[in-house]
Ligand binder design. Structure first.
Ligand code: SF4
Length: 371
């Protein structure tokens, strides 16, 4: 498989090459695409026949993502609704199959995994969803929501299930006395803790958190974020933390990935994103965060709306909203380029040298960062 690499250039590496390179990466994404086919109703089908157009429209939700996630790292994926971040999370979790490209888990392509290796991947990558209420079966008691899957997978004997659930509930800050209650008998924050315990029950190494605190009150958000940080320290977990809120991600992520219309437009360690954001879209996301700039008195939202992924703009997809747009931006799509190299992310070993990359034509007119 020849796919653009995370540097934005076009490599000539095969599956085996990626597998050997990703020894330090828990997860590697290579040229990942996902296209949704837009369903057509009877009238649209008639219109297509009259106009002679037969192919249904396809929506590019994810359009060529390359990313390496190291063991123990927290990656924040940020962008507006519709940028493809949740679709990316669902592909990594195995819920959605990619249209093309490959996902490597511990160096092995997941499309080729069978038997025990497939099971290791399916148990090792768990997902926590945005809405803790709809993601829990309302007819099941908490003891079964948390404890049934590990019993089914042979990780815990049925006779030890209750003891196992009690231990997990304590670990996520829930009173084990409530283990026979149903989800509707808990608050939103408690329900999200049940979702966390359910994910932890399968002893995962990577947890995909899809807007995991977005549905909670601000004070509860802080408590659940602290729980994620505590569990990472205790269990050495790796997180892919998906959020539309750059401020939330800044509390937990070592590196931040900014997505726009299905593509990565900037990636750097968290400190660099906030101190030296390069892409105008990242700068706009930071500007609209209240409280980060002391001179900011008014809410400063990004101008315009996210274009439709059915008909993305030519050239740079951000150009209709970009305050720095140039003629070239309207016709030529910028590729990810390396601007500089950041130091090791806090708390991570020597593998954590991060590249600061952005996809913007300003890269060609602004001097690169010193290495
Ligand atoms: Fe703005 Fe042009 Fe950079 Fe796109 S390529 S973000 S339009 S300056």
């Amino acid at each position: 498989m020849n796919a653009p690499n995370a540097m934005g250039s076009v490599p000539s590496q095969g599956v085996d090459d990626v597998a050997s390179q990703s020894g330090s990466s828990m997860l590697s994404l290579r040229d990942l695409h996902l296209n949704y086919i837009q369903p057509v109703d009877m009238f649209e089908r008639l219109g297509m026949l009259v106009k002679g157009r037969r192919a249904p429209r396809s929506v590019q939700a994810v359009a060529g993502v390359d990313l390496d996630i190291r063991a123990g790292e927290v990656i924040g994926i940020v962008g507006e609704s519709g940028c493809g971040k949740s679709t990316l999370g669902r592909m990594i979790s195995g819920i959605l199959p990619p249209t093309s490209g490959e996902i490597f888990y511990r160096g092995q392509a997941i499309s080729g995994l069978v038997g025990a290796a497939r099971r290791d991947y399916e148990l090792g990558v768990q997902m926590i969803f945005q809405d803790p209420y709809s993601s829990l079966n309302p007819r099941m008691r908490v003891i079964d929501i948390i404890g049934e899957a590990p019993v089914v997978h042979g990780m815990v004997k049925r006779t030890r299930k209750e003891e196992y659930v009690v231990q997990l509930m304590q670990q996520v800050g829930l009173d084990p006395a409530y283990r026979f209650r149903y989800p509707h008998q808990f608050s939103g924050g408690q329900r999200q803790r049940i979702g966390v315990a359910r994910a932890l029950a399968l002893k995962p190494s990577l947890i995909v958190c899809d807007e995991a605190v977005a549905a909670l009150d601000v004070s509860i958000q802080a408590q659940v974020l602290n729980l994620f940080i505590q569990l990472r320290q205790e269990l050495g977990l790796t997180y892919l933390f998906i959020s539309h809120n750059l401020g939330v991600v800044s509390h937990i992520a070592d590196r931040v990935v900014i997505m726009y219309l299905g593509r990565i437009v900037e990636i750097a360690d968290t400190e660099t994103i906030f101190s030296r954001a390069h892409h105008p879209y990242t700068q706009a996301l930071i500007k609209e965060l209240p409280g980060l700039r002391t001179d900011q008195r008014q809410f400063d939202p990004i101008k315009g709306e996210l274009p439709s992924p059915i008909a993305p703009p030519p050239g740079c997809p951000f150009h209709p909203r970009c305050p720095k747009v140039m003629d070239r931006c309207r016709v030529e799509r910028p590729l990810l380029k390396t601007l500089g190299q950041d130091g090791p992310a806090p708390g991570l070993p020597d593998i954590s040298l991060s590249l600061h990359q952005s996809a913007c034509h300003l890269n060609d007119v602004i001097p690169l960062e010193p290495k």
